[in-house]
Write a protein that binds this ligand. Structure first.
Ligand SMILES: *Cc1c(COP(=O)(O)O)cnc(C)c1O
Length: 353
């Protein structure tokens, strides 16, 4: 029987994340995680952490982490905000910046959390279709809006916009805030961070979950003009007593400070990505050139569902989206060379018999 309060309950679809397998034999290529561990500096920071310090609440401003991010990019600490994963950072940004009656714009094929926050925060939004090849055209965003959010490179399409195109987008939208979600930018070589000095309506978000191998810890940041950072701080400090925890602040700072290790692992992943893309194309797969740590593929003779199930039975997990426009596609995270060789060899058996 329907109870009276039921009409007041939130209408919500729970997020379904990439499956976390129980067995160690599984090759997990379904959540865009890094196949390599975080920098040894992270292990050291955690080992040296004094548990006695946990007696105190963590510093609200996550100062050592913000400083490490500022140092990495050569920007002032006042331009940096930090939070518990980009989901926390993006949620604060949506609350802080998108209080307009005009719609927030984002691509129709993109990160599935944007509509979730819009619905939770009651932000009006309109999606802007990507073209047949999944490309974003910045001219489509030259129109009235209450804000824009675009991942660059985009997910799950793997396609990145060049710096000129992003600058074009920002300069045509000076009356609203533009968020560029750079979750995968470290794999593309294109970051818009230098543009924050020039455009006071630009907000860059980044996560430590992918290129810095800290998905298990929840560390992310935003970079923008200090005036906007002030709003992010005000929002975060007003509603939550969940500043970043003391261990995450130290571990995140350590990850940021080890530039050499970071550059090495990104380079390795990019090399594996290019090898894997070539191997898949040889087997007849069709895919755009990827600027991220994953590939977005389709095969003319086998359905995405069939390939997904075939690999799953053989202990390789990839991502299938049962959604309009992309239900014939698969998202494959780049693992180690060894893992990708296994993937290619299983696919060869399926395709060539
Ligand atoms: C993975 C991802 C994030 C969020 O990462 P967190 O783990 O919450 O920091 C944000 N945006 C895009 C496009 C992503 O793919």
């Amino acid at each position: 029987m329907e109870k009276a309060f039921q009409k007041n309950l939130i209408n919500i679809e729970p997020y379904v994340a990439g499956e976390q397998p129980k067995s160690d034999d599984i090759i997990k290529l379904n959540a865009n995680e890094n196949p390599y561990p975080p920098s040894p500096a992270v292990q050291k920071a955690i080992a040296e952490f004094d548990a006695g310090a946990l007696r105190l609440y963590p510093p609200m401003d996550a100062a050592p982490l913000r400083q490490a991010i500022a140092d990495f990019y050569g920007i002032d600490r006042s331009c940096v905000f930090a939070g518990n994963g980009s989901d926390d950072v993006l949620a604060a940004a949506f609350r802080a910046f998108f209080n307009s009656d005009k719609p927030l714009l984002y691509p129709d094929i993109t990160y599935s959390f944007y509509p979730v926050w819009c619905e939770l925060l009651k932000i009006p939004f309109e999606t802007v279709p990507v073209d047949e090849g999944f490309n974003i055209h910045v001219e489509d965003y030259y129109r009235e809006n209450g804000g824009i959010v675009i991942p660059n490179p985009n997910a799950p399409t793997t396609i990145g916009l060049g710096l000129d195109a992003v600058e074009d987008l920002i300069s045509h939208n000076r009356d609203s805030i533009v968020i560029i979600d750079e979750a995968y930018a470290d794999f593309s070589g294109v970051s818009c961070v230098p543009l924050i000095k020039k455009y006071d309506n630009l907000v860059i978000t980044q996560t430590f979950s992918k290129s810095r191998a800290l998905a298990g810890m929840r560390v992310a940041c935003a970079m923008a003009d200090p005036y906007l950072i002030g709003y992010l701080d005000a929002v975060k400090d007003s509603y939550n007593s969940y500043p970043m925890d003391a261990v995450a602040i130290r571990a995140g700072a350590a990850a940021m400070s080890d530039r050499e290790y970071f550059e090495q692992t990104c380079k390795k992943i990019i090399a594996t990505r290019e090898r894997t893309a070539a191997g898949l194309r040889e087997l007849g797969f069709i895919l755009p050139d990827s600027s991220a740590n994953f590939l977005f593929v389709t095969h003319p003779k086998h359905t995405a569902k069939e390939i997904f199930s075939y690999l799953r039975e053989r202990g390789i997990y990839i991502r299938y989206f049962n959604k309009p426009r992309i239900d014939d596609r698969l998202r494959i995270t780049i693992g180690t060379d060894e893992q990708m060789d296994r993937l290619i060899s299983e696919l060869r058996t399926l395709i060539q018999g």
